[in-house]
Design a protein around this ligand. Structure first.
Ligand SMILES: *[C@@H]1O[C@H](CO)[C@@H](O)[C@H](O)[C@H]1NC(C)=O
Ligand SMILES: *[C@@H]1O[C@H](CO)[C@@H](O)[C@H](O)[C@H]1NC(C)=O
Ligand SMILES: *[C@@H]1O[C@H](CO)[C@@H](O)[C@H](O)[C@H]1NC(C)=O
Length: 311
């Protein structure tokens, strides 16, 4: 089964389940607001001042720019028994991958035991193309308030059992600023090996799709997401240039070029529509800057590259 099918299946079942939930029940679902950190002594993140996060890798081959490893933080989460990609993810420290919680939901075949994380991959059908880095999970932290019916807090962190060698081709993405409150009408990029057409298979080479982020109001106004509740801890975006957002795999990054010309991961691909390639219907993303303290608490053993700060 392609990762896209899983993404859609999740969205469809979410809609089906939600229609049985009363609006009163929905209004108390925003668990994240209660996620207050009382542990003032908690450890802070470690940074490596030698490396800079969020720098796209560029190389010219025969006069044209190659896309191989252009997004050096992109991860592919493989199920090793069926040898198939299930989700995307992103490198955030020298040993942690950020992804979506629903990648490990009961209906998804992926577990810490059967997963192999590919980094520096590009063409999935050609393992010799890049110096593929394979890693296994030590632990997976799934947000304890991840709620499947309402797709709240769809965020997880994979702690790899071995660090990765940081280089220009294998580099963490930056985390976004907590101060950036509005992304409405801004351009962002979703990357993944997702399907290129409705019902299509996953592609072999990493795809990127330019999207426009909607303000929450504009997103809510697109009735297509009823009755999934779009909260302040989500972002929604739709493709530009006639491209659909189905290109991005679940768990993969939504990135934004900040004022210092670094790529910040502002979203995690979370849910979408059954159809694909629709410019009008936006896809839903977990809003990363609402989870910065949660991410920091679960990555204290890792080393970040400099280029951003935690709140
Ligand atoms: C810090 O980053 C440099 C690359 O810029 C890398 O060679 C070095 O191993 C990194 N150190 C750690 C602890 O990750
Ligand atoms: C990491 O996990 C894999 C798969 O379980 C195992 O083969 C490997 O030896 C482990 N590596 C380390 C450094 O623990
Ligand atoms: C929703 O969108 C429609 C059509 O684009 C527009 O006419 C309407 O004013 C919008 N409503 C709100 C509340 O933004």
């Amino acid at each position: 089964m392609s990762s896209q099918a899983i993404w859609w299946m999740l969205a469809v079942t979410a809609v089906a389940l939600l229609s049985c939930v009363s609006p009163a029940a929905l209004s108390v679902q925003n668990f994240g607001e209660m996620d207050v950190d009382l542990d003032v002594e908690s450890e802070r993140a470690q940074f490596n001042s030698t490396c800079k996060c969020g720098k796209k890798f560029t190389r010219i081959v025969g006069g044209t720019e190659t896309q191989v490893n252009a997004y050096p933080w992109q991860a592919a989460l493989f199920h090793k028994d069926i040898n198939s990609i299930v989700c995307g993810g992103s490198l955030i420290t020298n040993q942690h991958i950020l992804t979506a919680a629903h990648c490990f939901a009961p209906e998804t075949p992926l577990t810490a035991e059967n997963m192999v994380v590919h980094l520096r991959d590009h063409d999935l059908s050609n393992p010799s193309e890049t110096n593929l880095v394979e890693r296994y999970a030590k632990t997976i932290h799934i947000h304890k308030h991840y709620d499947r019916p309402t797709i709240q807090n769809d965020i997880a962190i994979i702690h790899l059992n071995k660090t990765v060698p940081i280089s220009s081709r294998l580099l963490p993405v930056c985390l976004p600023s907590s101060a950036k409150l509005k992304y409405g009408n801004e351009e962002a990029i979703a990357t993944g090996w997702g399907a290129t057409s409705t019902g299509g298979d996953t592609t072999n080479t990493l795809q990127e799709v330019k999207v426009s982020v909607f303000s929450r109001k504009d997103c809510l106004n697109r009735t297509a997401f009823e009755p999934i509740r779009i909260t302040r801890k989500m972002l929604c975006a739709a493709g530009l240039d006639g491209q659909g957002t189905c290109h991005g795999d679940s768990g993969g990054p939504l990135i934004y070029l900040d004022q210092e010309q670094n790529y910040d991961q502002i979203g995690i691909t979370s849910f979408g529509h059954k159809g694909c390639g629709d410019k009008v219907l936006p896809a839903g993303f977990t809003r990363v800057n609402k989870y910065l303290r949660w991410i920091e608490r679960h990555t204290t053993e890792g080393v970040y590259c400099s280029g951003f700060t935690f709140p």
